[in-house]
Ligand binder design. Structure first.
Ligand code: ADP
Length: 490
């Protein structure tokens, strides 16, 4: 087991305590950079998820008061920053991302708790103006119920924060299920939550048999919200399983982000933004650019500039801790990227940087630029999820909007142009939930983020992210006993 003061109790957590379980089944957490086994953890089951849900349910007997929610959220944000180095080192070890990126992730996570704390006051009951029907209409924001939060491995604390902060602000107790590839960051966080003395059952943690735990979350009637970030395939399973139980689903699924560069764009800005966007977490994030569309007259210049930059990137294989690009999460992820690059090369693309590594290497994918690529190639149809830039040319605004939208996904997109009117016109035509204009930034805690089409349902961040965990309750009230409700019609 990775020796770390925040990982002394590597167990599930519910009812306000870590729960040592003697399970015959276990799974290993691997460091993708060294392939060392970091931990062997018990495989928790659906029964453990049920226990966690039962303890969460207890919290709802007396929904948490607003001032308590603000206090918890603020304390959790603070603890992230106080333990920044420790948490980042655990993220970097289990996910493989460079420490610099892991530190940014911890700050990003803290931002969600901090922002949610400032918004709790917006959940005060509202009164409908004008007393319709001679009644006072109050709108209350009630906690929706127990929240099941299922997170992926690419931002072990960032994705957890997006969900847990929204749930806590709304007053919902949660059962968290982190990805089995990266559960240690969540365990470390729960060690810190345990020290904060939160009410037992407010935050609970299970990991192990993902399918069984997911099924319990979908079918247990106390769980009213399921928030999931991960593959479209698993999102569909959760939607199907929960359909008979009419649950709220927040789904942040796959992406296929277009990065559109018009000839009048500021080339320096476009190149910088592409480099910053594409190689984070070795290209394994859902907002990473998947398809670069560049106007024909600028194509060879852009390709030359990015190829030069990409060829200079250092992977962890060459540069250890000082690397620019870490390893793929596992050999399977590596093989998938290799197959997409091989397919593009077979079908006429050139690898102007990087290319196909030899068969022995299954960790660090060489940063690669493919050009010219067309939108029908597998690397443009599927999510690349690796450090590969695929460049396609376009000739008109009409054509590039059609090509960018020609995907079942609709999460993030980016448009670069010196013409502000055109950039906003193109943004309005793109069927994506997040469209950067002359920026390729990802989400921020203060604003809602989420996808259209097969990229999902619901939003995370901002007040909208909290509302995913809120049930509106409307109270028409006869406030004056002497008052006759003459307008009542139903
Ligand atoms: P990836 O392919 O990127 O690992 P997944 O969608 O498989 O993405 O995983 C995202 C999260 O979903 C992880 O926490 C994983 O354990 C969980 N998961 C996988 N399968 C299921 C399932 N059948 N039900 C619920 N959660 C699942």
């Amino acid at each position: 087991m990775l020796k770390h003061p925040l990982l002394c109790k590597a167990h599930g957590y519910w009812g306000g305590a870590f729960r040592p379980i003697d399970s015959p089944e276990s799974f290993c957490v691997i460091n993708p950079s060294t392939l060392d086994v970091l931990a062997k953890l018990p495989n928790l089951t659906g029964e453990h998820a049920t226990e966690a849900i039962m303890s969460a349910r207890e919290v709802l007997r007396t929904p948490p008061r607003f001032e308590h929610r603000v206090g918890w959220l603020t304390a959790i944000a603070d603890v992230h920053l106080e333990q920044r180095e420790s948490l980042a080192s655990i993220i970097a070890q289990e996910n493989g991302k460079p420490l610099r990126e892991a530190l940014q992730e911890v700050e990003y996570a803290a931002g969600f708790y901090r922002d949610a704390a400032t918004r709790v006051a917006e959940l005060e009951a509202k009164i409908v103006p004008g007393d319709p029907r001679g009644l006072r209409w109050q709108i209350h924001h009630r906690p929706a119920g127990v929240a099941g939060l299922i997170t992926p491995w690419n931002f072990p604390l960032g994705m957890l924060a997006k969900k847990l902060a929204g749930a806590l602000a709304a007053g919902c107790p949660s059962v968290v299920k982190p990805a089995e590839k990266t559960p240690l960051s969540a365990i470390a966080l729960f060690t810190l939550l345990d020290r904060l003395g939160l009410p037992p059952g407010l935050c609970n943690l299970v990991f192990g048999d993902a399918a069984a735990i997911g099924k319990v979350m979908c079918t247990d009637p106390s769980v009213r919200v399921i928030s999931f970030t991960g593959s479209t395939r698993v999102g569909q399973i959760l939607a199907q399983q929960s359909a008979p139980h009419i649950k709220r689903l927040g789904l942040e699924l796959g992406g296929n982000a277009p990065f559109v560069v018009f000839a009048d764009a500021d080339l320096d800005v476009a190149v910088e933004e592409l480099m910053a966007n594409k190689f984070r977490c070795a290209g394994q994030t859902c907002v990473c650019t998947n398809r670069v569309f560049v106007e024909k007259s600028l194509a060879s210049t852009l390709v030359a500039r990015i190829s030069q930059r990409v060829a200079a990137l250092r992977t962890g294989r060459q540069a250890g801790d000082a690397c620019d690009v870490g390893p793929m999460i596992d050999g399977q992820a590596f093989d998938k990227v290799r197959a997409l690059v091989a397919d593009a090369i077979d079908r006429g693309a050139r690898a102007v940087a990087g290319g196909l590594p030899d068969d022995q290497e299954r960790q660090y994918y060489p940063p690669t630029v493919l050009y010219p690529v067309n939108n029908d190639m597998a690397c443009c149809r599927q999510e690349l999820f690796g450090p590969v830039i695929a460049v396609t040319e376009f000739e008109s605004e009409e054509a590039v909007c059609a090509a960018a939208n020609d995907t079942e996904y609709g999460l993030a997109a980016y448009v670069f142009s010196g013409d502000a009117t055109r950039a906003s016109r193109v943004a309005s035509r793109l069927q994506f939930g997040h469209v950067g204009i002359n920026t390729a930034t990802g989400p921020t805690p203060e604003a809602p983020f989420g996808g259209m089409k097969h990229s999902g349902l619901g939003r995370e961040g901002g007040l909208e992210g909290i509302m995913e965990y809120v049930e509106l309750q409307t109270l028409p009230t006869r406030y004056d006993p002497g008052h006759s409700d003459s307008k009542r019609t139903s």
